[in-house]
Write a protein that binds this ligand. Structure first.
Ligand code: NDP
Length: 331
């Protein structure tokens, strides 16, 4: 059995020497087990996260063991009542030519429906990522502009095409002219920016004349930075991947957004002016809480208008303690 083991957790970019190709005997399935012959192995960016013992949303792949990964296989031998020899299955056998499975996580594939390899892509995990990230978080409306990075990739290509189905303007960002041509001509995006040769800010401005309503982020870093300059009021940004930093040994400068992804946290812009119509609701609750002693309030009163400048300078240095007000006249 040909197997690829993860030998070491890579430092920076993974190297061939982080892996070891070994030959072992093809295992025999035990009671209730299935022996699968791998036909396709999926390679996905998330695997870089598994090749690390840093905190992530999943446990790291074990060193010295077969590297993990999704597989499309054919059942070669079966001691399992629900699987017969010859059937095609989606499983998680990892980087090896033959795998043993207990069947719980196997999904049968019908080669008459769609090519079996699609189960690793457009009808599998990446396609599902595109579908829900765009529709559930991005909530695109017809006429809006949707931007996606890694646009020719497994997830990005689906994002842009669903955006078109929903009546949006779809703009991709990809790493070569060849990829960009494909994204526009084959996939039907309205435009595509080459992140390696074009100036992101001006190219985004030109490709998104009405600004950006949805950005499906696959990269973080410089692309996110450029996109943020041109988002519209109420824009939605599904944070799906941060591939620009997967090989980084130290966190990139500025806030690192990875915990947002891992914790499915929400950051949303806020302007109090948007809530003027709900003023009565606010006053009602807060007055009641004050009267009932449930809210405490501390004022820092500076006497004399002439002291306002110094007090204001102090506010930005943390010298105030509580709500800073200036007493200008007698009370
Ligand atoms: P892709 O098929 O898109 O392949 C990865 C692509 O990322 C590369 O082809 C490259 O495209 C781009 N890329 C690589 N390095 C950089 C970099 N330094 N800066 C900018 N772009 C870079 O992969 P997938 O479609 O499978 O995944 C896309 C993203 O979605 C990944 O970040 C992945 O981790 C994430 N993901 C997240 C999931 C989730 O549940 N949160 C599930 C599935 C995927 P190019 O050179 O054309 O820009």
């Amino acid at each position: 059995n040909q197997q690829i083991l993860l030998k070491s957790y890579p430092t920076g970019e993974p190297k061939a020497s982080d892996f070891a190709l070994v030959e072992t005997v093809i295992p025999e399935p035990g009671e209730g087990e299935i022996l699968n012959r791998t036909i396709y192995l999926s390679l996905d960016p998330y695997m870089r996260g598994r090749m690390s013992d840093r905190a992530s949303y999943a446990t790291p792949a074990a060193l010295g063991k077969v590297m993990v990964g999704s597989t499309v296989s054919q059942v070669l031998k079966s001691n399992h009542p629900q699987f017969s020899v010859g059937e095609f299955v989606l499983g998680y056998d990892g980087w090896q030519a033959y795998g043993i499975s207990q069947g719980e996580t196997l999904r049968k594939l019908d080669p008459k429906q769609l090519p079996i390899s699609y189960a690793l892509g457009i009808t599998g995990m990446p396609g599902m990522t595109a579908y829900f990230a765009l529709l559930d978080i991005g909530k695109p409306k017809a006429g809006e502009t949707v931007v996606v990075s890694a646009a020719s990739g497994a997830v990005g290509a689906v994002v842009g095409q669903i955006a078109k189905i929903k009546g949006c303007r779809a703009v991709g960002i990809a790493g070569s002219d060849e990829k960009c041509d494909n994204v526009v001509q084959e996939l039907g995006f309205d435009a595509c920016i080459n992140r390696k040769t074009q100036d992101l800010n001006s190219a985004l401005k030109a490709a998104c004349p009405n600004g950006i309503d949805v950005y499906v982020d696959h990269t973080a870093g410089a692309i996110l930075e450029a996109v943020l300059q041109q988002i519209n009021l109420g824009a939605r940004i599904p944070l799906v991947g941060l591939i620009s930093q997967y090989n980084a040994e130290t966190p990139p400068p500025g806030p690192n957004l990875m915990p947002l992804l891992i914790k499915r946290a929400l950051i949303k812009g806020f302007l109090v002016g948007d809530y003027q119509e709900r003023h009565a609701e606010f006053i009602h609750d807060v007055s009641q809480w004050l009267q009932a002693g449930k809210l405490k309030y501390k004022e820092d009163v500076v006497k004399g208008l002439e002291n306002a400048p110094t007090a204001f300078i102090g506010l930005l240095q943390g010298k105030n303690f509580g709500k800073l007000i200036v007493q200008v006249g007698d009370d």
